[in-house]
Design a protein around this ligand. Structure first.
Ligand code: DX5
Ligand code: ZN
Length: 232
């Protein structure tokens, strides 16, 4: 069986259902395969934070690491590209086995990058920093699969959730309802069992969590607790 057959079978799951997306940023990079295996029963997507030391003041990983992760998991790989030139790397990420790539709205005109990602067979997402207003990305909402509302400034795990982003999440949810958009609303930054109900109430459907899951002594239980907090 070819890799393509396997990758084609990896499905993002039903739109609008609550999804838990552990961020490997807070995992032990020397033990990634076992860390991923541990949380897989409680996870829907795997969130992969890619940082270039330019768009954000930190460096993480690139396509070779995604390719290695791909060999060890069948989870949907949700690659959050915190990089200044995503267009240069879409094909390498697609070849490495990513299913979704999310690029940042702060980069400016993204029409060609989004179209290129789509042409490569990737699902496409758009991310907005906490201070990036709805009007900056509104025009792309019909063209993407995921709108990622950052609830911290990107670059590092373990920061505090910013409640001032909640109204923007609701603005996206209102647009989804009013325009019948086929869009997941993802949140990333400071998500834990306390903040999850707030973002779900505002409209979030995909919950990224790094330190709340991998910083726990029992990461699978933490993922399950997060889902419970988000859905009950
Ligand atoms: C931060 C990353 C996040 C990070 C979240 O720039 O985009 O995905 O891993 O970490 P926590 O959940 O610890 O805030
Ligand atoms: Zn992220």
């Amino acid at each position: 069986m070819g890799v393509v057959t396997l990758l084609d079978a990896i499905d993002p799951g039903p739109r609008g259902a609550i999804k838990i997306a552990p961020s490997i940023l807070s995992a032990d990079f020397g033990e990634l395969a076992s860390a991923i295996a541990t949380i897989t029963p409680g996870s829907d997507w795997l969130h992969v934070d890619v940082m270039d030391g330019h768009f954000v003041p930190n460096i993480t990983l690139g396509p070779p690491v995604v390719a290695s992760i791909r060999k060890h998991t069948n989870l949907y790989l949700d690659c959050h590209l915190m990089i200044s030139d995503p267009g240069e790397f879409l094909e390498p990420f697609a070849k490495a086995g990513a299913q979704g790539v999310t690029v940042h709205a702060e980069l400016g005109d993204l029409d060609s990058v989004l179209a290129e990602a789509r042409a490569l067979g990737l699902r496409v997402g758009l991310a907005a920093n906490p201070d990036t207003e709805f009007d900056v990305f509104d025009r792309y909402l019909d063209a993407v699969d995921v709108m990622l509302c950052m609830t911290v400034f990107p670059g590092f795990g373990g920061q505090s959730f910013m409640p001032e982003v909640l109204p923007k999440i609701s603005q996206v949810r209102d647009a989804v309802v009013a325009r019948d958009l086929n869009l997941e609303i993802e949140v990333d930054g400071g998500i834990d069992a306390k903040t999850a109900p707030l973002v779900v109430e505002a409209g979030a459907t995909v919950l990224v969590a790094g330190s709340a899951i991998f910083g726990s002594t029992d990461p699978l239980k933490a993922a399950n607790d997060l889902r419970h907090a988000a859905t009950c």
